[in-house]
Write a protein that binds this ligand. Sequence first.
Ligand code: TYM
Length: 334
Amino acid sequence: MEKKKTVYSGIQPTGCLTLGNYIGAIRNWLKLQEELEEYFCIYSIVDLHALTTRQNPALFRKTALSFFAQLLAVGLDPEKSILYFQSHVPQHAELTWVLNCFTYVGEAGRMTQFKEKSRKHKDNINMGLMSYPVLMAADILLYQTDLVPVGIDQKQHLELTRDIAMRFNAAYSPTFTIPQPYIPKTGAKICSLSDPTAKMSKSDPDENATISIIDPPQAIMNKIKRAVTDCESVVEYREGKHGINNLLTIFSAVSGRSIEDIADEYRNKGYAAFKNAVGEAVVEELRPIRERYEKLMADKEYLMQVIRSGDEKADRIARRTLSKVYRKIGLVER
Ligand code: TYM
């Protein structure tokens, strides 16, 4: 039998877990988890990544736990996948240091996300912001990952990860598996409901711009009703119709129907009826998640037990890779 492929991905616990995160990444996490014969999945709350911007400690702790519960609520299963906290496995920070020494300042400075975040947080362009994709490379490479299910915005970081891994392998001998991105065909970039030319972002201060996967049904309906569209009235997927294209993409992703099929049905029915149908489809997709989430959050002890067990499994794998790296670069054994 062929060896199972290792799947790795992570999410930063800030703001709210959005429909964009869900459609762009987490649904694929689930899909791969269910193909047990083929994939071995590891998913992480990447809390260290969130430190590149200032967090309120009490809120940060609460958000991180809530995100973990939301991962379980969508159906990620600790019996099938390893689910853990990045900060609980110290090898992430240790490998980052080594990989920092294999990453050029020029490469890190060219990352779109670094440039965007530097523009947004002019008063706090810290070293962590620059080293952010190196920590992400460490996450992925520690587990000898084959596949990384992410949205399109992470593709550039994946390319850098591959470059760093190949550079290290060439300097020593094959040490890291070279990972591949796994990006959905529909929904790799869900856009903001208020500005459909921009990505839906979990830290957007405008509440109407994003849908959280645990928003109550009425809030979801209202947000979709208010979603910015255009001044035509034809429902079709076309260059320039950003708002409608986004809603069609969301509808298609949650219903499994093709965009053409949906456009055919709603083409001349007006935006109000179309938005209502999109809202209902999203509500139905998210309803069971919200219900499970509430039960999970009421049982902190269970959550902590699941986290601890995931941490231990992750630590065992990460330890193996890090000691291999230390040996190859010539550090004296402990
Ligand atoms: P993060 O926390 O911003 O987002 C988590 C995942 O959601 C995807 N995503 C989206 N997909 C479609 N439409 C959107 N509007 C949208 N917004 C976010 C992201 O592509 C991502 O897959 N650097 C990563 C976290 C990370 C990671 C890793 C990922 C750290 N280490 C190792 C994979 C492997 C990030 O900030 O994702």
